[in-house]
Design a protein. Structure first.
Length: 408
């Protein structure tokens, strides 16, 4: 089926039904027991992803000229409990900067990193700092919905355009901000995809667990509306929570064979670990906020039960990008939002290469941009929402995460 995107997908693999034994039951029996284990579906791994020949690359034509003070900033988490998601974006952006500056000796764009810790309460200061530095004419970030909500007005008041490669709460584009753009589909796209993934896995009873972030609560609202009678229980967890016994008991009592966790991996990983250690043998399904190898590491063997959705592209399946990314990341493969970090930075760089020197012109450039990236086609409506709404499924494999292709 044709889509307006820069990618066509070839998933080369063989679907199989695999029996999967669960962890030893160390507590109450119930949800996701032996029946869930024996009926477990394993979706086939996507082996290849083809990139459009029209992809816009950061190097440009190598003839760009610009002022040495010209700066693009990454503003977002580099530390904090969910920092890896921000680091993925930063490394993708750095990959683009390195490619551009190597190819354009007369246009050495400065790349500034400003850490928000991913905390809405702390993000206003770093964003205010960025807006006061007049050499910064564009920003990649912020990664998270809560901090984006808290700071969007600051960007707006200073005419500083910012493209978030990760913040997915739908309400962000309803604020009337002209400087806000989103480099991926929002949760009105991802929520239904989570429900479709449950159907693909042939799960019959699902529990919905949300965290207390703007992201988690917004996504849970969409899932709740789409899930219908298959939703057999709900609960909520809080940021920093360590013991999930009450939530786990609800899940086990409900006899659920799948859990959708709407939130970030900092709490999602220990929840999954404790859940499996209580005998749960069903699926743990998370959105992009869970989809990171940090989740796999923190959840341990329990992560084997996990599937994910993301409106992000599997960068590890783009060899050219993956090889360049590893030079920046210390050898780590591209992760969640890495491609989006590269693509959004490339948009700013192509604007600079076209002769843009100030914030107003950069804002106009992004507003009217229409180009193919490694990940998707980048073209926005008048609220800053991306028109290309591809959603990919992923699953844990070994100590990593692999794509199972587009969810359609």
């Amino acid at each position: 089926m044709k889509r307006t995107t820069g990618l066509s997908v070839a998933a080369v693999s063989i679907a199989a039904l695999l029996a999967m034994s669960g962890c030893a039951n160390q507590g109450s029996s119930g949800g996701g027991g032996s029946e869930a284990s024996s009926n477990r579906v394993e979706l086939p791994v996507q082996k290849k992803l083809e990139v459009s020949p029209d992809v816009v690359k950061a190097a440009g034509d190598g003839k760009a000229k610009c002022d040495a003070k010209t700066t693009i900033a990454y503003v977002g988490a580099m530390t904090g409990p969910n920092a890896q998601l921000g680091i993925n974006i930063y490394n993708g952006s750095q990959t683009a900067i390195d490619e551009h500056n190597k190819a354009n000796p007369d246009c050495q764009v400065t790349f500034k990193k400003i850490d928000t810790e991913g905390d809405p309460a702390k993000a206003t200061g770093p964003v205010a700092q960025a807006t006061k530095e007049k050499d910064i004419i564009g920003v990649v970030g912020l990664p998270f919905s809560g901090e984006s909500k808290a700071t969007g007005g600051i960007f707006e008041d200073n005419d500083l355009v910012h493209i978030s490669p990760a913040a997915t709460n739908p309400d962000l584009s309803a604020n009337g901000w002209k400087t806000f753009f989103r480099g991926l589909g929002n949760d009105n796209v991802q929520g239904p995809a989570l429900v479709k993934l449950v159907d693909k896995l042939k799960a019959e009873k699902t529990c919905l667990i949300e965290d207390d972030s703007d992201y988690g609560m917004g996504l849970a609202k969409v899932v709740r509306e789409k899930m219908g009678d298959k939703l057999v229980c709900e609960d909520a967890v809080t940021t920093g929570q360590k013991d999930f016994a009450p939530t786990i008991q609800k899940i086990m009592d409900s006899k659920a064979d799948s859990v959708i966790y709407s939130g970030y991996f900092a709490e999602g990983a220990p929840l999954d670990n404790q859940l499996v250690n209580k005998g749960f043998e069903g699926y743990f399904i998370g959105p992009d906020g869970v989809k990171d190898t940090a989740f796999v590491k923190q959840a341990g063997d329990a992560a084997k039960n996990t599937y994910y959705t993301c409106t992000c592209v599997p960068g590890d399946l783009i060899p050219e990008f993956a090889d360049a990314f590893k030079k920046v990341s210390g050898g780590d493969a591209p992760g969640t939002y890495s491609v989006e970090g590269y693509d959004t930075m490339t948009i700013f760089l192509s604007g600079i290469d076209s002769g843009i020197t100030d914030r107003k012109k950069m804002l106009d450039y992004v507003k009217n941009y229409d180009g193919v990236g490694y990940g998707k086609t980048y073209k926005w409506d008048d609220t800053g929402e991306l028109e290309d709404k591809a959603v990919y499924g992923y699953k844990t494999e070994g100590d990593g995460i692999v794509s199972v292709g587009l969810i359609e």
